[in-house]
Design a protein around this ligand. Sequence first.
Ligand code: PLP
Length: 407
Amino acid sequence: MTVSRRADFPLLVANPELHYLDSAATSQKPKAVLDAMRAYYEHDNANPHRGAYDLSVRATQRYHDARTRVARFIGLADADCLIFTRGTTEALNLVATAWGHANVQAGDEIVVTGLEHHANFVPWQQVARARGAALRVCPLTEDQRVDLDALRGLVGSRTRVVAFSHVSNAVGTVNPVNDIAQIARSVGALVVVDGAQAVPHMRVGFDALDVDFYAFSGHKMCGPMGIGGLAGRRAILETMSPYQFGGDMIEFVRDDYSTWNVLPHKFEAGTPNVADAVGLAAACDYLDGIGMDAVLSHERALVRLLSSRLAEVEGVHVFGPQPEQRSGVVSFTVADIHPHDLATILDKDGVCIRAGHHCAQPLMRRLGVPATARASFYVYSEERDVDALVRAIERARAIFASPQLVE
Ligand code: PLP
């Protein structure tokens, strides 16, 4: 087991008895990120791009530097092709709205997979409905991987978009991005990847991936809430119309028409979220300081440990592929205990897990369950968190087995 970084996270230091196992929902924030944001507000805060005065120039520079830093973190050389958004949801809606509505025609097809978070499902469903296209959902294997043979059979000359997650938030499956992209490319489809659960946990090299768009969220990778990004291919971004209008994104405004600013500003209408961009850049520094390979192996070790411990608990069913094909997520059910009841009982022991459909109702339907319980790890997770979780599950089982409760 590699070293936990718990000491870097003020919230966890202040709550030594807390077992935070909900990092797939949002991560805790290291002091380095909190300090960077505070320093920005204390020393450099002004509205960027607008002022001729030095302070505004400094704020503009901080924003620009943050973009360059984050782009480097995700392996994107052309930093102007990184659009800052509120997060993955906004990034995917941007593509669906600005590209989808303009390019998908009646009779076309959009392919998503049965693993998708609603953020990468509903926007495409809505494009399909609005344009008279069909949404096709790629089936999964028994262990919740994308069925590549089924995908080959599903795509065709009418497929305009293949949208899929790099890593599933609900069961942790790590998808083979380039294999899926190759199948999409074989029919000339746009390739859109939801990287919300990948960028925080593994090395992602956008330029080395054969994809057109890649979306991610800052708050899941030690950064603040309210910032994320969309990496895209310049040739495609240049052809797209803006999807929001206002300050910063224009070149000229006449009474009857307007022209647009260059990338990335064309897609960033209004005052940008500079402090959160600065925080996200600090999060990239923080994660690079650990090393993304070390992050992944730390999580995998905990996933392996928890999986083996859960295998010894009667009535537990774990979803998803083997730990080697999963990120730091363990999604499971315990016989006769609803995941919501389980999460409530665990909370009494200071164990924070997520219970529900994980914004993936189409997947839950395919699994035949209304919900699962999900434990998810990050750089601050420790073996004692696993111990506490397993102990608390045993306690929940004992409570539900007691005759008083059954009566
Ligand atoms: N996609 C996946 C796989 C996710 O896990 C999440 C968040 O849980 C999202 C998209 C949406 O991210 P956000 O809420 O940060 O926009």
